[in-house]
Design a protein around this ligand. Sequence first.
Ligand SMILES: Cc1cc2nc3c(=O)[nH]c(=O)nc-3n(C[C@H](O)[C@H](O)[C@H](O)COP(=O)(O)OP(=O)(O)OC[C@H]3O[C@@H](n4cnc5c(N)ncnc54)[C@H](O)[C@@H]3O)c2cc1C
Ligand SMILES: NC(=O)c1ccc[n+]([C@@H]2O[C@H](COP(=O)([O-])OP(=O)(O)OC[C@H]3O[C@@H](n4cnc5c(N)ncnc54)[C@H](O)[C@@H]3O)[C@@H](O)[C@H]2O)c1
Length: 461
Amino acid sequence: MVAPTVSTPDAVVIGMGPAGEEVAGRLADAGWDVVGIDERLVGGECPYWGCIPSKIMVRAGNLVTDAHRVPGSAGISRVQSDWRPVVRHVRAATDDWDDKVAVDRFTTRGGRFLRGTARLTGPNEVCVSGPDDGGTETLLRPRRALVLAVGARPSVPPVPGLAGTPYWTNHDLVEAAELPESLLVLGGGAIALELGQAVQRFGCQVTVLEAQSRLLPQEEPEAADLLMRVLTTEGIEIHTGIEAVSVSRQGGRFTVVCRRGERLSAERLLVATGRRVDLERLGASALGVPADARGLPVDERLRVLGAPGVWAVGDVTGKGAFTHMAMYQADVAVRGILGQGGRPAEYHAVPRVTFTDPEIGAVGLTEAQARTRGLAVRTAVADLAASGRGLVHGAGNDGFIKLVAADRVLVGATAAGPTGGEILGLLTLAVQAKVPLAELRATNWAYPTFHRVVGDALNAL
Ligand SMILES: Cc1cc2nc3c(=O)[nH]c(=O)nc-3n(C[C@H](O)[C@H](O)[C@H](O)COP(=O)(O)OP(=O)(O)OC[C@H]3O[C@@H](n4cnc5c(N)ncnc54)[C@H](O)[C@@H]3O)c2cc1C
Ligand SMILES: NC(=O)c1ccc[n+]([C@@H]2O[C@H](COP(=O)([O-])OP(=O)(O)OC[C@H]3O[C@@H](n4cnc5c(N)ncnc54)[C@H](O)[C@@H]3O)[C@@H](O)[C@H]2O)c1
């Protein structure tokens, strides 16, 4: 065994996804000696297996569906969908899963990059073992900051038989050169519905199995009802309140047997049952954090509780697994590390968009969450299809605006529709800035836009 190389840079950043890359790059910009470590690709989940490739697939599926909508609205269309251009687009966007550009971007800013797996071996000591370094390890003892940004990984449920099968996660689907003829999806959350709808639109028969009583259980029930209606109309088979009790694979087909006796079968099985933070693998016990914690506990400046000089950012904090959350937290942490002050992290207006068609954009509290907090809640729902813009839009105009108000401000909102994620912008600002309802009601919303339906919902509050 070769003795480890020891290094004492200013800062060490473990995990170079959106959160870590932002922190490491900005500390390097400030002239710090920064070592960024990643065992896979600089950029993390989002550009290579998450947001970007999945949205390329969603956009392609939306194009196919819009082309099908031409008859009855704008003439004749003959659509022959083809997955190959989608695969090419994904490969171009991910550089064929090569991060050279991202690594160069970081080192050009003055950072040092180490490819390898990092583990905490003390409250301020990181041991890195490289993929092909013949057993050599590097020990890093940062002098000014240790930043943990290791993200999360797919959470695979302990269904008997599942572990022994070649099930897919988002990585396998995103990297697949061809689509299967059929796909079972375990889970009815964001990954399941975005990817499931996209591939169904390219001719893959999709079956969704959601354990909870409705799709997107974290969001408003109206969103679940809308997606249930739209997705089943498109031919997706959806089972909710279902419990898989065994998984097997024979003759090139997966079979899932469920508690009530259903047997569902398909060529491939995608596991999309959430993501989990792996603190054991990171060695978080060196910081006094129990390995079974749901995330690294942080204060409003992203400092890990009870661990001076250590920050955590992104999915690993368990505050919302979104790229915009990773970037937001990274900004707060960098300002804290560099002593620049500014506002601490706030979580009352967290936006999220599920990029199905219709898109489900949501911010802040759902009605149920607001009621659980004991707020005196008022809600209103306005229909998008019945609006002037809905009439103009025609096919594909399904959607609604739901507002959740308390104490004369909005505490939450949902914008579902063809541009739900875009309308969400104004609602996010309203919730974030606690804009008085009176001010929102006095606003003149352009006609005929989808966002004007926010005005209808305000009038109905
Ligand atoms: C299919 C899919 C679609 C998504 N779509 C969206 C979307 O549209 N919008 C959105 O906002 N979010 C989306 N997300 C979520 C988004 O990708 C994540 O929230 C975001 O990537 C989190 O960034 P992060 O830096 O915290 O972690 P990650 O991106 O997971 O990066 C963590 C990095 O740490 C590295 N690492 C982990 N452990 C170690 C270790 N011990 N040693 C060295 N390196 C390590 C990993 O290799 C990885 O590169 C999607 C996710 C998925 C899976
Ligand atoms: N557009 C976006 O921003 C976007 C898109 C995809 C993913 N993401 C992020 O990635 C995270 C992971 O996505 P996801 O869809 O895997 O997780 P999710 O938490 O959104 O949904 C997982 C679903 O699986 C269900 N489930 C859990 N165990 C099950 C089982 N054994 N059988 C059937 N269903 C089961 C849950 O009830 C839940 O509805 C998301 O929470 C989100 O933060 C974001």
